[in-house]
Design a protein around this ligand. Structure first.
Ligand SMILES: [Zn+2]
Ligand SMILES: [Zn+2]
Length: 286
């Protein structure tokens, strides 16, 4: 009888080696998979955290962009404005406050409109494209021309806006744009407008109310930098009011202002025609 001899059978040890090899390779594969899986999990967690942070930022921003928060943050500059307008316009205070708000919304909507089509205000378009003397000078004249219509209507006997508040607002808007933002660079609010065009049109409270704040801004603008302008302009206008009590000086100031606005009208008119023709010529020659 043939005795089974395991050593004689070459298949058996071979098989046993193969299974051993298989399990070891599976183990190494699993071992290799584990760190990969861990890495994937870690990355997934990181992505989720990032998304959560973004969501949190967005809700924080939405909560911050309210008119109420803007007033709360800037209560000091609003108090200065209210007191200044009160002093300059007493006893027609209500009329003066209405004038200020009308001008504030007009300035915002004029700026928004001038960005809808470059030919609506080609000088402002030029201001965004160039950083030279002509760009700043012509833009400043546009801002100063805000006071022309009420000035001439006042001379003609129609007082649909408070003339002193018109002067105050015109100089207030012009100095904030050209001195606070342009020269002193008090913050990035207006810089962002020059980079993105359809945001931060200013004044900040209008951007908050009409949803035109830059996505980069996480909070309303702190407008405490308005205060020196308010103080300086109030003193200047009080001085003007005082010297205008003298009939001769008043007549002279009215005459000089009329001449100034004639110059502004001519300068802006000629510049608009020149820039429009230049723009049409360059576009058609391309
Ligand atoms: Zn500007
Ligand atoms: Zn602009």
């Amino acid at each position: 009888m043939h005795q089974p001899n395991f050593t004689e059978n070459p298949d058996i040890p071979e098989l046993s080696i193969k299974t051993h090899e298989n399990t070891s390779s599976e183990k190494t594969q699993q071992q290799q998979l584990k760190p990969q899986e861990k890495k994937r999990k870690r990355e997934k967690k990181k992505r989720e955290k990032k998304r959560e942070k973004k969501r949190e930022k967005k809700t924080n921003r939405e909560n911050n962009m309210t008119v109420l928060r803007s007033i709360q943050t800037n209560y000091l500059s609003w108090i200065f404005l209210a007191v200044s307008i009160y002093i300059l316009s007493y006893p027609n205070v209500l009329f003066a406050y209405v004038t200020f708000f009308i001008l504030m919304f007009c300035a915002y909507f004029w700026h928004a409109m001038s960005h809808m089509n470059k030919y609506l205000s080609i000088i402002h378009y030029y201001h965004h494209e160039h950083n030279n003397f002509f760009s700043h000078f012509s833009q400043m004249l546009i801002e100063l021309s805000l006071g022309a219509i009420p000035f001439f209507s006042y001379q003609a006997g129609y007082t649909f806006l408070d003339p002193w508040v018109v002067i105050f607002f015109t100089l207030f808007y012009t100095t904030i744009h050209n001195v606070n933002y342009g020269t002193l660079r008090v913050n990035n609010v207006h810089k962002e407008h020059h980079e993105e065009l359809f945001c931060n049109l200013g004044p900040d409270i209008c951007d908050v109310a009409f949803g035109t704040k830059s996505d980069r801004d996480m909070d309303v603008e702190n407008t405490n930098h308005y205060i020196p302008n308010i103080l300086a302009l109030t003193i200047l206008i009080l001085f003007l009011q005082y010297i205008c009590k003298n009939a001769f000086i008043y007549k002279m100031i009215v005459q000089k202002t009329t001449h100034f606005y004639i110059f502004v009208g001519l300068f802006l008119g000629i510049s608009t025609i020149y820039l429009t023709l230049e723009s049409i010529y360059t576009t058609s020659s391309i």
